[in-house]
Write a protein that binds this ligand. Structure first.
Ligand SMILES: CC(C)(COP(=O)(O)OP(=O)(O)OC[C@H]1O[C@@H](n2cnc3c(N)ncnc32)[C@H](O)[C@@H]1OP(=O)(O)O)[C@@H](O)C(=O)NCCC(=O)NCCS
Length: 219
């Protein structure tokens, strides 16, 4: 995977690859019917989720980052910390809050606008409407542009997912591209020019760094 040893920091988020220690919490998130529906996901057993995690790590046509909020940031956000999963990255305590993904279309598939697909999920609902999904997408778009060379991005959103449509259109400047009634989807696209990337990088506080896999440990 492109991001296997990479970590991205923003103003409030830390993005890391999806590692085995994330799986129990991720699996628990994905037993929620509303999350399964909005992300068009199928429920997996815990063993299947471990396989899924390995597949994300090994894949060359998709990548995922797990979204974390550092405890120091959490204490400034006025969000309760009870019941959240925290882990340790190089001595810093982080709380898992969601994920974001990039899917690269296969060469023979003509995709919307030639773009790569992007997705985001704030699984811990107490962190919603705080601008974290927007920060995550800005970080991901800057990463995908600077590290992977992509410029065009597509968001495929269920017709009924008003929150996500608002995020991409009003929060991130995507524009309507097409409706796909057979999947109840609407596709939105965004081209990121140099000015957009610079703006996203500054707004989100983009800062890439390496990650030694063994440095990320459970308490
Ligand atoms: C959609 C989702 C990712 C939004 O996450 P979030 O962290 O709450 O979004 P943000 O706080 O970053 O919102 C940024 C902007 O998006 C828009 N927005 C997001 N949620 C909104 C809502 N419920 N109502 C209206 N506007 C909304 C607003 O313009 C918002 O800016 P503002 O708060 O300054 O008005 C989150 O609701 C989620 O994870 N839903 C379930 C999974 C999902 O649907 N993922 C998308 C699959 S395509």
């Amino acid at each position: 995977m492109y991001n296997r040893y990479e970590c991205v920091r923003g103003k409030r988020l830390v993005l890391t690859p999806y590692l085995p220690l994330h799986v129990p919490t991720y699996h628990k998130w994905m037993t929620d019917a509303a999350l399964l529906a909005t992300t068009c996901s199928e429920p997996l057993t815990l063993d299947e989720e471990y396989e899924n995690q390995q597949s994300w790590l090994a894949s060359t046509d998709k990548l995922t980052f797990i979204l974390h909020v550092p405890m120091t940031v959490l204490s400034e956000m006025n969000v309760p910390s009870e019941g959240l999963t925290s882990l340790d990255l190089d001595g810093e305590r982080l709380v898992m809050v969601g994920d974001c993904n990039v899917f690269v279309p296969l060469p023979h598939v003509v995709e919307d606008n030639g773009g790569v697909e992007v997705e985001v999920m704030l699984a811990e609902t107490r962190f919603r409407r705080l601008g974290l999904a927007r920060e995550a997408m800005q970080l991901l778009i800057v990463y995908a542009t600077c590290r992977l060379g992509f410029r065009s991005f597509v968001a495929k959103i269920l017709e009924s997912n008003v929150d996500s449509r608002n995020l991409f259109v009003h929060g991130l400047g995507f524009r309507h591209f097409k409706n796909v009634p057979v999947f109840d989807e609407v596709h939105f696209v965004r081209y990121a020019n140099d000015h957009d990337v610079e703006t996203f990088a500054v707004t989100s506080g983009y800062s890439p760094s390496g990650l030694g896999e063994l440095k990320l440990v459970l308490p």
